[in-house]
Design a binder for this molecule. Structure first.
Ligand SMILES: Nc1ncnc2c1ncn2[C@@H]1O[C@H](COP(=O)(O)OP(=O)(O)OP(=O)(O)O)[C@@H](O)[C@H]1O
Ligand SMILES: [Mg+2]
Length: 313
């Protein structure tokens, strides 16, 4: 089936609680306001938001044969997301995170690496996985079997089949550039956070960071920059796109939502700066509630923020 977007990569069950001030002493219990379960991760969070924004969406990822994997696939089905390319891996748990959201928005996390490390795609998968207008690769850095050359090969196959490719990563260290570099020549829109881009490039000035990635084969860089918004750069020029003023509850998944909004904007034929505003709007809405799927209802509600919301300085 041809879809608007295939989102490939990190698939996590998030368990979130808010507000968390401490782990109670001994075996005591503290009472908090809210606990949620969400399908999250750099690919899975994005595919949920894409579906909410009206895109025909395919999820490509790996989950275990456990209760968490059932929750992930049931949630996808409820959103009308194509799950034919979901791999269920025997004997490993679904990747999962416990997020403790502090009152100030910080989110100390406890993560179990699991099935996402076993996601594996080869030539026999490319026709089905890449049967899409957009291919979003999310989560390089936490995909043990896919990181590096296998991801580069998938992106190359996607380009050969006419997909527009977008790329986001997670948890970079000094060596992560080794797995990102082979991918960049096959990526149309490179979309890490500014913090991640700094770590990968070893630079601090946004222009210098972008120049580093252009030297490594990137064509358009979009660095997500928290409350500062985002930084859009091509070899011809750059601009900062400010964030929208929203009542922030929890910024979990804002980066993933930005990618979804951006893809949804491009899918409407919007130009890149306007698509970045759609990404900004989607991420702003996600910040208003607990979890990576909060806030967004549909395309029209999200797009209306571009006209109505005040921007942050
Ligand atoms: N405090 C905030 N107010 C308004 N918008 C915000 C705020 N924090 C983040 N955003 C929006 O969310 C987008 C993505 O956030 P961020 O830069 O934290 O990405 P990220 O680090 O990739 O996030 P993630 O944890 O989801 O991977 C920003 O570009 C911005 O538009
Ligand atoms: Mg991110």
């Amino acid at each position: 089936m041809r879809v608007d977007v295939s989102c490939v990569g990190l698939t996590i069950l998030d368990i979130l609680g808010r507000p968390v001030e401490r782990i109670p002493p001994g075996g005591n219990v503290d009472f908090i306001d809210e606990i949620r379960l969400t399908v999250a991760g750099t690919a899975a969070g994005t595919v949920i938001d894409c579906a909410k924004l009206g895109l025909k969406s395919r999820a490509v990822g790996a989950v275990g044969r456990d209760e968490k994997g059932d929750f992930v696939t049931d949630t996808y089905r409820r959103h009308g997301i194509d799950v034919d390319s979901i791999q269920r891996i025997e004997g490993v748990p679904t990747s999962a995170t416990i997020l403790n959201i502090r009152r100030n928005g910080e989110r100390p996390a406890l993560h179990v690496r699991g099935a996402s490390d076993h996601l594996s795609l080869d030539e026999t998968d490319y026709d089905s996985v890449c049967n899409a207008k957009f291919l979003h690769m999310g989560g390089s850095g936490l995909l043990r079997a896919m990181d590096g050359e296998p991801t580069a090969a998938l992106l190359q196959a996607a380009k050969a089949r006419g997909c527009v490719t977008t790329f986001d990563l997670i948890a970079p260290s000094a060596d992560t550039m080794d797995i990102v570099a082979p991918c960049l020549p096959h990526v149309d829109y490179f979309m890490p956070s500014m913090e991640e881009a700094e770590i990968l490039s070893g630079k601090t000035d946004p222009q210098d960071i972008a120049a580093f990635f252009f030297d490594n084969g990137a064509t358009t860089c979009i660095f997500k920059w928290g409350a500062k918004g985002s930084f859009l750069a091509t070899p011809d020029g750059s601009q900062r796109i400010p964030a929208y003023r929203v009542d922030v509850t929890d910024t979990t998944g804002c980066g993933d939502a930005y990618c979804a909004g951006f893809i949804a904007g491009l899918n409407r034929g919007w130009d890149v700066p306007l698509a970045c505003r759609m990404g900004t709007a989607a991420s702003g809405l996600v910040a208003t509630g607990l979890g990576s799927d909060a806030g967004i209802q549909d395309f029209a509600q999200t797009a209306s923020l571009i006209e109505t919301a005040e921007t942050l300085p």
